[in-house]
Design a protein around this ligand. Structure first.
Ligand code: HEM
Length: 514
């Protein structure tokens, strides 16, 4: 036996056509001899690219999901579309061409189907995607949290600041700092007959409101027009985005290159820390978010938020409830000015409900059906958080709208694409508040495809707040002024994190009402 095996092996070995094989390699040997190192490197790169492409196209887990051809190779075209602010149109086009589920990148899928909302957003199974790291400025917070347990714990501390009692308590200070101050400022434009950018005014007003209701401070941007905080927040946001795209920057900071960004982040932190310290020193308790967070305790009397957590939660308030409100107001005013009959009807309702334009409270507005329908329709037609909010498919994958989506895929339903879906909405491109005033069953049906505040376990915590702010501001402005939009403005929606007009402003003239 010992002899037979080597003998058989040797016979087998001799029977192999090795000489022929070596002969066939001669041309390659010749090629290698003539190849320069540069050519060799290029060949290697090409071979890798070919292997990569073949892998992506033939073996990619998402190969069965239809989408534009480029999506098979890379996420880069998707990133470029986001950078140019046109992704919402890409989602709509992909829906028309490829169906409810369409591939937008190598591992990115857009879904335009109300039935998918429950699956993606109703539980913590689908966690927020890596893009939220951009908002982890001073550690994770209620908005950016990806871990469900962490989110639940943070919710206990932060949600009381959005409760009906907290929102009602803040109404007087909100009204004074926000709509009333803005109306007084616009009066000066009206008296001078001066055209102004109402987008900017609404933004400044909203930051003043955040100053008063979150930090208990008077920023007074409406009059001062600027505050260093604006630059600090913008640069901190940019730094967060850089760190999201290049995670190594989180571990190895390079203050030499991004010095002003790091300085802005340090300044923002110092501002929040000193605000907390000042508040701890004064005995009087205010009714603002800072106080709610300072007082937040667990059932056993332990503080729920330490110093670092407080800083993280307070700083993010400068973005989260800020731009969405001012931009929704902007789009609502824009749609009203483009639809004079709707504006007339709303003014009629407001004039009757509010005989005294100086005495406006939310309880006089909360039951006005047309005001409600106008704001609701504005958030359908121009949902400012129009982007699909990305979630990661959990282990084992899932079935969405009849398609299997493998684990690790980033999926989302874009509010813009869903709100403009022809199969769900009658005449979706038209701004028509009346669609919200139809029979209850009809309204309940369209609500299933309505997600301006998202839906499920991570939907907007500040909805009540937002509604109150929007009602008070619209009612105050429309009771006091008539507005006229300047012609030829570029109001096409574009995405810059939020939905903004492509022209970047909205110039109007105000006239004081008698
Ligand atoms: C019209 C105004 C607003 C709109 C359209 C809006 C929309 C949204 C949306 C779509 C989300 C989900 C984000 C995601 O999943 O990535 C969200 C979350 C959130 N919003 Fe709003 N928002 C508005 C106003 C506000 C205001 C005024 C506040 C605070 C005062 C606020 C606080 C929050 C918070 C804390 C979250 C995170 C909730 C969580 O993850 O548990 N929002 N908002």
């Amino acid at each position: 036996m010992q002899l037979i095996v080597p003998e058989a092996l040797s016979k087998f070995w001799q029977s192999l056509p090795l000489d022929k094989f070596l002969q066939s390699l001669k041309p390659l040997e010749e090629l290698a001899r003539r190849t320069t190192p540069k050519q060799a490197v290029a060949a290697l790169v090409l071979a890798y690219a070919a292997h990569f492409a073949v892998f992506r196209v033939i073996f990619a887990p998402l190969r069965h999901i239809r989408g534009p051809a480029y999506t098979r190779f890379s996420n880069l075209p998707f990133i470029s579309s986001v950078k140019n602010g046109r992704q919402i149109y890409d989602y709509c086009e992909a829906r028309k061409k490829y169906g409810k589920v369409a591939r937008m990148g190598a591992n990115i899928v857009s879904v335009v189907d109300p039935a998918a909302l429950k699956i993606i957003y109703n539980s913590h199974n689908f966690r927020k995607g890596a893009v939220y790291d951009a908002l982890d400025w001073f550690g994770p917070n209620i908005f950016s949290a990806r871990d469900p347990e962490f989110h639940k714990q943070r919710r206990r501390a932060v949600y009381p600041s959005y409760s009906p009692a907290a929102v009602n308590a803040m109404e007087p200070v909100l009204y004074e700092t926000g709509p009333r101050a803005l109306a007084a400022y616009i009066e000066q434009y009206a008296e001078a007959g001066q055209v102004f950018d109402i987008m900017q005014e609404l933004q400044l007003m909203r930051i003043d409101e955040v100053g008063a209701t979150t930090f208990g401070q008077k920023f007074d941007l409406i009059h001062q027009r600027t505050h260093p905080l604006l630059g600090w927040v913008t640069q901190t946001l940019h730094l967060g985005m850089l760190q999201m795209w290049f995670p190594l920057l989180r571990r190895i900071p390079v203050p030499q290159i991004f010095s002003s960004h790091y300085r802005s982040r340090a300044n923002l932190r110092a501002f929040v820390v000193s605000t907390i310290e000042q508040r701890r020193r004064v005995m009087e308790k205010k009714r603002d978010t800072l106080q709610v967070l300072l007082d937040a305790q667990d059932t056993d009397g332990q503080k729920l938020l330490g110093e670092q957590e407080l800083v993280s939660e307070l700083a993010i308030q400068l973005v989260v409830g800020n731009f969405p409100v001012s931009l929704t107001l902007l789009w609502t005013i824009n749609q009203l000015l483009e639809n004079p009959d709707t504006l007339k009807q709303l003014m009629y309702e407001l004039d009757h409900a509010l005989p005294d334009p100086n005495n406006i409270t939310d309880n006089k507005l909360v039951h006005l059906p047309y005001l409600d329908a106008v704001i609701r329709e504005s958030m359908r037609h121009r949902p400012v958080m129009a982007e699909g909010l990305p979630r990661v498919v959990p282990k084992g994958g899932c079935q969405i709208s009849g398609q299997f989506i493998p684990e690790g895929t980033v999926v989302f339903v874009s509010a813009y694409a869903l709100h403009h879906e022809e199969e769900l909405w009658h005449d979706p491109e038209t701004f028509r508040p009346e669609r919200w005033l139809g029979p209850a069953e009809q309204v309940n049906e369209i609500k299933k495809a309505y997600i301006p505040f998202s839906t499920g376990v991570r939907s907007c915590a500040g909805q009540r707040f937002a509604w109150m702010l929007m009602r008070l501001t619209l009612a105050t402005l429309l009771r006091r002024f008539t507005f006229e939009a300047m012609p030829n403005q570029n109001m096409k929606p574009a995405m810059a994190v939020f939905m903004v007009p492509a022209g970047g402003k909205y110039m109007v003239r105000a006239t004081k009402r008698a």
